[in-house]
Design a protein around this ligand. Structure first.
Ligand SMILES: C[S@@+](CC[C@H](N)C(=O)[O-])C[C@H]1O[C@@H](n2cnc3c(N)ncnc32)[C@H](O)[C@@H]1O
Length: 213
């Protein structure tokens, strides 16, 4: 019986490692079938949307954008934090947005890619990317888009979770985001997740001449 236990554990670790490898190798995005796991109470316990709102220092009249909002597991908390402002969630998958509708009624939802955000320059006070950046192959372009729509006085929150197949350590995220013209301001970490708050730097060499078509 004990042998079966080890066998089952080995299979689980093997499956987890394979999914992680394939997700990173082929930049797979979260399937819509996984949406219920995003709103599971265990996930929300360690991801703690209210801590993200605090870390982002959200004001009631802020305009806040969540890129890759999925089924609004976190967008709901962001929308509640801006009663006099605006919360917008974008995602590439219709299926995710369909599941998001009921959860975050106060937020505006839009199907779009992070590579071409359908918003004017400097239109948001806060931008959030949770469990999405490593999935985007052209992440430098996505970050330049984020920088474009973020006000110069704004803040960007980027977070990842250890259990997610696309997970990368915090120093990798920091490197990517700083290379796009941001500076790390605050960080919060626990055993299962982290969230990093960045502000745009005054100038960014890449931002100056980069413009998505
Ligand atoms: C793991 S889910 C995270 C959802 C949400 N941020 C959360 O933490 O609950 C990642 C989401 O990012 C979306 N996504 C992946 N690549 C994207 C892209 N290039 N542009 C916009 N959304 C994207 C996926 O469709 C998926 O819904």
């Amino acid at each position: 019986m004990r042998h079966w236990g080890w066998f089952a554990a080995g299979m689980l670790v093997g499956a987890f490692t394979s999914v992680r490898w394939a997700t990173k190798r082929f930049h797979l995005i979260t399937p819509v079938a996984v949406a219920p796991m995003l709103v599971h109470p265990w996930r929300l316990a360690y991801r703690a949307p209210e801590r993200l709102v605090q870390l982002l220092d959200v004001a009631p009249d802020h305009h806040i954008l969540e890129v890759g909002c999925g089924n609004s597991a976190l967008l709901k908390a962001f929308a509640e934090a801006v009663p006099r402002g605006l919360a917008v969630g974008i995602d590439v998958q219709w299926g995710m947005l369909a599941r998001a509708q009921g959860r975050a009624a106060a937020a505006a939802l839009c199907r779009a890619t992070a590579l071409r955000l359908p918003f004017a320059d400097a239109s948001f006070d806060r931008v959030v990317l949770i469990a999405v950046l490593p999935m985007i192959a052209a992440r430098a372009q996505a970050l330049q888009e984020v920088r474009r729509v973020l006000k110069p006085s704004g803040a960007l929150l980027v977070g990842e979770e250890w259990l997610a197949p696309e997970f990368v350590p915090w120093h990798v995220t920091r490197q990517w985001v700083e290379a796009a013209g941001f500076r790390l301001e605050r960080a919060e970490r626990n055993w299962l997740s982290y969230a990093l708050r960045f502000t745009p730097t005054a100038t960014s060499a890449s931002a100056a001449h980069f413009r998505p078509k």
